[in-house]
Design a protein around this ligand. Structure first.
Ligand code: URA
Length: 189
């Protein structure tokens, strides 16, 4: 695997490790600050992300931006990536084999970024990154340490658009995130 962000992104953009390459418009590698201490992980690109090659740029992305802003963060302060880098057709959940095939890219993003805090947006990311039976409803907002990195699962912004009654709890998770950032991160955010 390449040793620089540039080379990693270049290789990722040519990936054909699963069949999602056949229907993608763009690979959505990830965006943000390559020195960020906080990494957000979503599920996979939707239609807008596939069209633009950038994660979280549709309605759910705007909500994510708003939630970041409420805790004093901008997109450029954090790094944002997905479990799968190519859009699953009709926005279906990524298949386990697709997530598995895509994991080496995320692993390399971890290796280059060395985040202190990882926020998993939604069930797919939380079950892949934290625990296969993780329940967002029951366990959102809790920080779980694994190999010296703090992981937290919270509601996916697209789910919050469908079920706005969960927004107060999600905002609570972001406030807890802000406090945790102040506790463990070295950069001034
Ligand atoms: N939903 C995701 O999980 N990721 C994106 O990039 C956009 C929407």
């Amino acid at each position: 695997m390449p040793d620089t962000w540039e080379a990693l992104e270049h290789d990722c953009k040519n990936c054909r490790e699963c069949s999602l390459w056949e229907t993608r418009t763009n690979v959505v590698f990830g965006v943000g600050n390559q020195n960020a201490e906080v990494l957000f992980i979503g599920e996979g690109p939707g239609a807008n992300e596939d069209a633009q090659g950038v994660p979280f740029v549709g309605r759910a992305g705007h909500l994510l931006d708003d939630m970041l802003e409420i805790i004093g963060l901008k997109r450029d302060d954090v790094y944002i990536a997905n479990i799968v880098k190519c859009r699953p057709p009709q926005n279906r959940d990524p298949l386990p084999a697709e997530s598995e095939a895509c994991m080496p890219w995320l692993r390399e993003q971890f290796r280059l970024l060395r985040p202190k805090i990882v926020v998993c947006l939604g069930r797919i990311a939380a079950q892949r990154m934290i625990r296969s039976d993780f329940s967002v409803t029951k366990e959102h907002g809790q920080f779980i340490e694994k190999n010296g990195i703090l992981f937290m699962g919270t509601f996916h912004p697209a789910a919050l658009l469908r079920q706005p009654q969960n927004k107060p709890e999600a905002f609570g998770d972001f406030v807890a995130l802000r406090d945790k950032i102040h506790e463990v991160c070295e950069h001034t955010y």
